[in-house]
Every structure is written in structure tokens, then in C-alpha cells.
Design a protein around this ligand. Sequence first.
Ligand SMILES: [Mg+2]
Length: 246
Amino acid sequence: MEAATFVFFDLDDALYHKSSGIHKIVANRIAQYMKQLGFENAEEKSYELYYQYGTTLNGLIQLGYKIEPLVSFYHYVHDFDLETTTVKADDKELQNLLSKLRLRFQEKNQILKIILFTNSDSRHAYRLLKHLNIESFFDDLIYFELNHEHPKPKLESYEQAMQVGMNLLKKDPKCQQLFHQGENIQINSYFFDDNKNNVIAGTNFGWKCCFIDEHLQSKEEMESKHQIPTVSSIHDIDKVFPELFE
Ligand SMILES: [Mg+2]
């Protein structure tokens, strides 16, 4: 049977290091936003909501706050200058990794779809992909505007991600031919994210997941308790899933 591979990448703190500064800046801006809503221990509460509801925004909405999510929340928390962070502009190392992934599949004439799978808004996502100069490697993007009703780690989010992948296959000439011949295509899905709950949900959904944990604080827990391989950086994923790169 023919096989197709979907590779889903989270964006924030996954395609760049968590210590690059964005995480802190966004956390501060979320805390500022929550202070304006009347929260006293805003930063602590924001993390609590993030881990419980997938995103702080989703948590606030669940708590009953009437928030216009895109402009009021996301554009506010992502309103900062990337130059104040250490996220690499034109990240050659990341480009090499993605290009190695593409080439490996091209050489073997196998189908690969690379999809960004983030809970962040599209403006933030495109800005970062442009900054890193990796936009062209992605076949499609899933972001807040598409999955806001069910952000990761909700099951529906993963179902939607698969649908996005399937839609790409339907447009792929090789797949069209296979579908036309009545052939089945076996799908293998991979997923890289720095949020524990997201990779646990992905694993339960049947994807091969890798947890990105910059300081490897949860490596032991994720590998022994959940059997989810853990790396400190996106640049090490070829060691976890060599079949994608060799
Ligand atoms: Mg992330």
C-alpha cells in the first residue's frame, strides 16, 4: 500500500527556543491583559489556564470573560518587536533541517505534507515563519482563526488537522491518481510540540509525537510514563525519528 506522511509542527517555543525571549514577553503581555480584567495573580493564573484549557484565552472565555479574541487579545499579546528577542532571523539551521526532510521524501518519491499546527493567530504565525524564513516549507497552516473553537489539546483539533492533511492529499497529483485507481493510502503522522498535553493528546490520537523540552526537565516523565520521546531542541528531531531524515 502507498503511504503518505504528515508532519505537524507547533510554532511557539517549538520552532525556536523557549529561552529566545518571546515566551517571556508574551507571558508578560498576557499578565498585563489579565490585570486589566482585574486579576491580581495574573501571571500564575495565566499558566494555570494555559495548562488546563490549552490556551489562556480559551481559559478566560471558559471562565465567562467576554473577550474579542483576535484583535483584543491575540494582536495585543503578540504586539512586540521581534528584534527584542533572540529568535534567529533567517534561521539557516532550521531551513537545513526542513530541507533535509523534504529531500528525503522527494528522493524516495514518497508523499510528504508539512503542516504548521498552532493555537496562535495567523498574523503572529506568518510573521514568525517569515522571520525564520521557513514559510515556503509548509504546505498548509492551522492557526487560531481556524481552530479557536477547539484548540489543541482538544480531540477535534487533531481531527481537523487530519482533515487539512487529507485536503492536501486530494490536491496532490500522485494521490489523485491513487484515489482514482481505488488504492488506499496509509497515513503516518508525526507531531512536534513543547506542550505536554498536546503531545499526550496527539499520541492518544495515534500520531508519533515528540516533546520539545528545552531544559529536559520532563524528559524522564514523558519517556517513562507516556513513552513520548523528548528532545531539548527542534534540531534534534532527526535523532528521534531517523526514518524522516535518512
Ligand atoms: Mg508551543
